[in-house]
Design a protein around this ligand. Structure first.
Ligand SMILES: [Ca+2]
Ligand SMILES: [Ca+2]
Ligand SMILES: [Ca+2]
Length: 189
């Protein structure tokens, strides 16, 4: 117990946070990111409509005070949640992210679009199950009362008990490949 692998997570995160701060201030001297800048920031161009909608939804979720900009505090809050938040908090955040129309439930259509967007962004199209099949399977497993919508409770409980679903969600906000991308870019410049 307590004997973790060599370099500590906190050290790593401090370095990463510094990197993110530098990147934020370099690319966004005004201290406020617009949606357009947000996309540029993550190097997202030429996205298909589904991936685009997902990024816009992510932007709105980051923009906690809903003023149309992501300021540095919102950005840090989101990053630290993603990197070190408790599972319960992350799941609530994912729920908000996936509930595109904000009605408090995730329906099949919302989940399907998210799954498609995640696959488009991560470039993993050759999966065993199609996005439709995967969505149906998730609903079969975790829509406990069978009303065709996922409540927050069903979502949180379902994610905890369904490893495949959890894995996809973790990928949906996996910033590690984005961080790696930034590292690589710095090296190649
Ligand atoms: Ca804001
Ligand atoms: Ca909804
Ligand atoms: Ca339900």
């Amino acid at each position: 117990m307590g004997n973790s692998s060599g370099c500590t997570v906190d050290d790593l995160q401090a370095v990463e946070m510094h990197l993110w701060y530098k990147k934020f201030m370099t690319e966004c001297p005004s201290g406020q990111l617009t949606l357009h800048e947000f996309k540029q920031f993550f190097g997202l161009r030429g996205l298909d409509p589904e991936a685009n909608a997902y990024i816009e939804q992510m932007f709105r979720t980051f923009d906690m005070n809903k003023d149309g900009y992501i300021d540095f505090m919102e950005y840090v809050a989101a990053l630290s949640l993603v990197m070190r938040g408790k599972m319960e908090h992350k799941l609530r955040w994912y729920f908000k992210l996936y509930d595109v129309d904000g009605n408090g439930c995730i329906d099949r259509h919302e989940l399907l679009n998210i799954i498609k967007a995640i696959r488009a962004i991560n470039g993993s199209d050759n999966q065993e199950l199609s996005a439709e099949e995967f969505t149906n399977r998730v609903f079969d497993r975790i829509d406990v009362n069978g009303d065709g919508e996922l409540s927050l409770e069903e979502f949180v409980e379902g994610a905890r008990s369904d490893e495949d679903f959890m894995e996809v969600m973790m990928k949906s906000l996996d910033l590690t490949h984005i961080v790696a991308m930034i590292h690589n870019r710095r090296r190649s410049v």
